[in-house]
Structures are given as structure tokens and as C-alpha cells.
Design a protein around this ligand. Structure first.
Ligand code: MG
Length: 289
């Protein structure tokens, strides 16, 4: 039972805490490039750290996530950015690190896979092998339990897993139903001890170890590891990218891909607009740093 003194302390803490920002619709970047330019020019930073999500950002979404590839021309744009002394490029994705590296395949980029749980081959996890074992066991159980649902794809990503339902007929099977079923399987497999948590993304349900780590923490670590002062820009399309936007909201620029309420400062329409933004960065914004 909580006593009244502790309640008062908790209430006081709540009262003094800065309220969490609320996602809102963001203005289209193409209408606000001068504001973007002003932010960079007045940042005082020596370099720009360009953080990018992969699926839906650098690569168009496809029904089969194993077939996702960089949008045409993006590899060359990334190579130009990496080669420039004023840019650091980081790709932060929910994909497994080895998978992400092979799909981007550009040297000199900072890579973070599994939402930052794998960062350039390091992991913030204390015992990744134990997590891998649990994920493997849960994926086996999910394969049996979900076998009757057409279109479900289970992806074992080592220390996390993704259950993709983009191809599921949602007239017959609601995502909430799927989420409840997966939650039950995870609870049975882990005897409800909280060794995995569920998060939801764009047509995907993900299983992760319950540590306080996300794309925002990964972006912050990349920023901290820079030797020069950097101004972060993050571009992404998914709900998990909001954690990175909470970092750029404090200092930096966030660009959400697609129309949705977001913590990002701007939005662009889709992966083609992301390519156009990267090209614009290559050609013009080095003058402003
Ligand atoms: Mg994405």
C-alpha cells in the first residue's frame, strides 16, 4: 500500500516535471526550408549528424520485408554524404544489424540495428545470449500458434523479433487480436516474468528485452561519441522513430516521413522526398555550417 506522504511526494514531482511533448501534425518541409536553413546556420555546430531510419525512409515499404532495398540513387547520396567532412551519417533501424549493414552497404556510416540494441557490434544488453535463447523459444511457439493466420511473417532478429502483418487480411483478423494472441504466447513462454515486451510499429509487432533503450538513446550515443560539436537531423517514418524525434526536439531537427501526428519538426511525403532532401543537403547545406 502507498502511504499518503509518498503520494504527496509523487504529486509534487509530477507537478514540477516538464510535461511530455504531445505529437502534432508537422508542417511540410518543402514549405519551410528557410526555417531549416536558419536552424543550421544558428546552431553553432561544426558538423551535421544525419540520422536515418531504413524501411519507409531510405527504402520504400514492400509487402515482403526481406525484399526491401535502398531507393534508386540513395546509395550514391549516402556515399557523397559520408565522404564530406561536415557530415556524419547514422542509420538506425529495427532490423538486425547484419541485415541492415548488408542492405545499405556503405562504408563509414554508423549503424545501429534492433532499435539501437546492437550498435556497431556493441550492445547495451547485459546478457544478449540469454535474450537470444528466449527469442528463439518464443519464435518457435509463435510459428506454431500463428500458423493458421495467412500472411503473418515471423522474423527472428536475434535479440528481438518482428511479427509482420502487412499481408494479413485485417477484415478477418484485427491487429489488436493478433497483439493479444502474441502477448499470451509471450506470457506463456516466459512464464510472465517480463523478459520480453511488446511494441507496435508500422504493420509490425515487435518483441524486445525490457530495457530502457530505443532509437533516441542510440542517436544520443552517436551524438556523444562525436569529437566535434554536431547538430543532429533525424529522418524516419515509424512510431519507434518518435524516440529519436524526442532527442532532436531538444536540439536538432526531426523530419517525419508521411502524414501523421509526430514530435518531428517537419514532414516529407515519402521516400522520394527523403532522397530529394538528402540531395539538397549534399548540394547546399554545407555552406551553412
Ligand atoms: Mg521505418
Amino acid at each position: 500500500m502507498t502511504n499518503s506522504t509518498n503520494d504527496s511526494v509523487a504529486d509534487a514531482t509530477q507537478t514540477n516535471r516538464t510535461p511530455a511533448p504531445t505529437p502534432t501534425p508537422a508542417p511540410l518541409l518543402c514549405n519551410r526550408k528557410e526555417r531549416f536553413r536558419h536552424c543550421l546556420e544558428t546552431s553553432g555546430a561544426e558538423r551535421l549528424l544525419v540520422g536515418l531510419d531504413f524501411d519507409g525512409t531510405l527504402a520504400p515499404h514492400v509487402d515482403d520485408p526481406t525484399r526491401a532495398t535502398l531507393r534508386r540513387g540513395n546509395r550514391e547520396l549516402l556515399e557523397r554524404l559520408v565522404a564530406h567532412p561536415k557530415f556524419t551519417v547514422a542509420v538506425i533501424s529495427g532490423r538486425e544489424l547484419a541485415d541492415l549493414r548488408s542492405r545499405v552497404d556503405v562504408d563509414g556510416i554508423r549503424y545501429a540495428g534492433n532499435h539501437g540494441l546492437e550498435m556497431d557490434a556493441n550492445s547495451p544488453l547485459n546478457s544478449p545470449d540469454s535474450v537470444r535463447s528466449t527469442i528463439g523459444r518464443v519464435c518457435g511457439m509463435l510459428a506454431r500458434e500463428l500458423a493458421s493466420i495467412d500472411g503473418v511473417q515471423i522474423e527472428n532478429k536475434g535479440i528481438t523479433a518482428s511479427i509482420h502483418y502487412r499481408s494479413v487480411d485485417t477484415d478477418n483478423y484485427e491487429p489488436d487480436q493478433l497483439c493479444q494472441l502474441i502477448d499470451q504466447v509471450v506470457s506463456d513462454a516466459t512464464t510472465g516474468d517480463g523478459t520480453l515486451r511488446l511494441t507496435t510499429g508500422h504493420n509490425v509487432i515487435e518483441l524486445r528485452p525490457p530495457i530502457d533503450w530505443d532509437k533516441g538513446r542510440a542517436l544520443s550515443q552517436f551524438i556523444d561519441e562525436e569529437t566535434a560539436s554536431v547538430f543532429p537531423l533525424f529522418i524516419g517514418d515509424d512510431t519507434t522513430d518518435e524516440d529519436a524525434f524526442s532527442v532532436t526536439r531538444r536540439a536538432g531537427i526531426g523530419v517525419h516521413v508521411g502524414a501523421a501526428e509526430t514530435l518531428a519538426d517537419f514532414q516529407v511525403s515519402g521516400p522520394a522526398a527523403v532522397s530529394a532532401l538528402l540531395e539538397w543537403l549534399c548540394e547546399t547545406c554545407t555552406e551553412w555550417l
